[in-house]
Design a protein around this ligand. Structure first.
Ligand code: HEC
Length: 211
């Protein structure tokens, strides 16, 4: 029994001195043995770098591996505005356009504030083609020979809001998509303003005809 104790002590002593001695390294700059070195030095992966080519070495197996990944298909962006997050599910087809006209309605109420916000967006994004009063006579059309849209209060008077939203999302004919410039909420705001232009000028229009 005594012998066993002695051996254990000698064993422990040897182990401890081995550990202590192992920290005596000649190279002062050396950090010594590193446990989980990744924790001290994380691999510096830079976005947009092709790791196949680092200085003079080309590592074929790493070539064309991008480090900044695209989101997986079906990823939905997250914001604190659920209206902007959910994808627009109606496809960019003729049937989709008709379906939008029948089923897609604005989630916003056309309050004065919403219409005012829409008017601002209209001034920034639409007036150059559609004109101040939505007559299709903006400077791009008048001076730039761009195909003219119909006046909102005439040819487009009965256009349902769902079709407007669809057109703003995908574009139509000579009008491009505004989906990348305007969030869904902004698109609905400008639609609220365009609806006022559809009604506007019904009386004024008659006056114009008289002139
Ligand atoms: C580059 C000029 C241009 C700009 C900018 C533009 N539009 Fe248009 N818009 C057009 C033309 C041209 C048409 C006619 C498209 C067609 O029916 O072929 C049109 C059509 C429309 C229609 C009718 C769509 C339909 O379903 O028939 C609406 C509504 C509309 N635009 C709203 C807007 C709003 C709102 C903006 C600003 C966010 C805007 N447009 C910006 C040129 C433009």
């Amino acid at each position: 029994m005594k012998l066993l104790k002695m051996y254990t002590r000698i064993g422990l002593l040897t182990l401890m001195s081995a550990l202590i001695l192992s920290s005596c390294i000649r190279d002062e700059q050396s950090p010594g043995y590193e446990y989980t070195p990744d924790m001290y030095r994380s691999p510096a992966i830079e976005a947009y770098v092709d790791y196949g080519e680092i200085r003079d070495t080309i590592r074929y197996e790493k070539m064309h591996q991008i480090s900044a990944r695209k989101p997986v298909p079906g990823t939905i962006q997250f914001s604190d505005n659920a209206m902007n997050d959910m994808p627009y599910s109606i496809p960019n087809t003729f049937d989709g356009y008709e379906l939008a006209g029948k089923t897609v309605t604005s989630p916003l109420e056309s309050t004065d504030d919403i219409v005012d916000a829409g008017a601002k967006i209209y001034t920034n994004f639409c007036v150059q083609c559609h004109g101040k009063d939505g007559q299709g006579d903006g400077p791009v059309v008048v001076n730039g020979n761009h195909p003219a849209p119909q006046p909102f209060n005439k040819g487009l008077k009965d256009l349902p809001e769902g079709k407007m939203f669809h057109t703003l999302t995908y574009g139509k004919g000579a009008m491009g998509s505004h989906a990348s410039q305007l969030t869904k909420e902004e698109r609905w705001k400008v639609v609220a303003f365009v609806k006022t232009l559809q009604k506007k000028g019904e009386a004024e229009g008659k006056d114009e005809e008289k002139e």
